[in-house]
Design a protein around this ligand. Structure first.
Ligand code: ADP
Ligand code: MG
Length: 319
């Protein structure tokens, strides 16, 4: 199977590659063409996933397809953008029809759930790796930046933390699967759900936001730096799932929730009135702390005393 036959059969023919919505021209020409409604801005983000670093190799290609698109689309959620489409630059060691069919089926499943369309890409031979670039749109000036947090705002997250990090020993085969807890954590690793609707609901309400990919403390550090404020996190307010606490024990679960990566849950700051407005709309949000004058991130115990931590999250080039 040649490069063009591969593109045609597995990607151009996929359900998610159909044109429509804001996609005027899809796969097959030199460029895709997107039509933006008047008054909207384009949101763009790229993520690379490399075998052995961002996912185990070998792994289930169906799950990999879903996870790759979910991880990339989560950046649109963190910006408050409405999804349009994505490109896929895929590097493969070989053209394995069974692998390609399952990978494309996984992409299709996640694309359907996120209203995303595959609009183009590139296909090359080499060690397994993929770069997805996602495109979204939002009303001009309403993007959720990391830089707007104000002293006095509340710090919130959109869901339970640490499950995907808790699943890593299972993903890597270091712990037995088979329990209900293990299955729940594995779902959170392989099938993160980008919080797109929440991101869009935060437009015009949140003062700052991002999606947590490197761990709560590390990502809050980015928001604190961009905003020039101190973010205070009350440790006992961290939302941890029952599955994670049962699987890992409370202390380890807390560590995963603070520093584990791959959650793809939104963290954001907002004034109290905005929290009440969102709760009135039915959003279940977790207030985990607040914004103060100062710099960096402070973790507080139940008595309000500052705690120091050795590790703050994942960084590819540190140490
Ligand atoms: P070019 O020579 O212009 O770079 P290619 O021959 O690489 O074009 O690709 C042909 C068409 O197929 C282009 O529209 C490109 O966007 C698309 N394409 C290539 N690889 C992929 C892929 N993995 N997934 C989706 N579309 C792809
Ligand atoms: Mg090309």
């Amino acid at each position: 199977m040649g490069e063009f036959e591969l593109i045609r059969q597995y990607f151009a023919a996929a359900a998610c590659a159909r044109v429509g919505g804001d996609v005027v021209l899809g796969i097959g020409d030199d460029c895709a063409l997107l039509a933006l409604p008047a008054g909207e801005q384009l949101a763009v983000s790229s993520d690379t996933l490399t075998a052995g670093i961002h996912f185990p190799d070998p792994c289930d290609p169906y799950l990999l397809g879903q996870r790759a698109l979910a991880v990339s689309t989560s950046d649109l959620a963190g910006m408050g953008a409405t999804p349009i489409g994505f490109t896929l630059a895929l590097t493969l060691p070989e053209a394995d029809p069974g692998w390609l069919a399952e990978f494309a089926r996984g992409l299709d499943a996640m694309a359907a759930g996120c209203a995303m369309r595959l609009i183009g890409g590139d296909t090359t031979r080499g060690p397994l790796s993929m770069t997805l670039t996602v495109f979204g749109r939002l009303p001009a000036g309403q993007g959720l930046l990391r830089s707007g947090a104000q002293p006095g705002d509340l710090l919130c997250v959109g869901g339970a933390l640490g499950d995907a990090a808790g699943a890593l020993p299972l993903v890597l085969g270091e712990r037995e699967q088979g329990t209900a807890e293990a299955a729940a954590l594995l779902r959170r690793y392989w099938l993160p759900q980008p919080q797109l609707a929440l991101g869009q609901a935060l437009r015009g309400k949140a003062s700052a936001a991002l999606d947590i990919s490197d761990g709560l403390l590390a990502d809050c550090g980015h928001m604190a730096t961009a905003s020039g404020v101190l973010l205070r996190i009350e440790q006992q307010k961290l939302p941890l799932s029952d599955a994670l606490v049962r699987f890992a024990g409370r202390d380890q679960a807390l560590q995963y929730g603070l520093t584990g990566g791959d959650d793809y849950v939104l963290a954001f700051t907002l004034p109290t009135e905005a929290l009440q407005a969102l709760q009135a709309e039915g959003w279940l949000l977790h207030v985990i702390g607040d914004v103060a004058v100062g710099a960096g991130v402070q973790l507080l115990n139940a008595d309000g005393q500052a705690i120091t931590l050795a590790s703050q999250g994942y960084n590819h080039f540190s140490g």
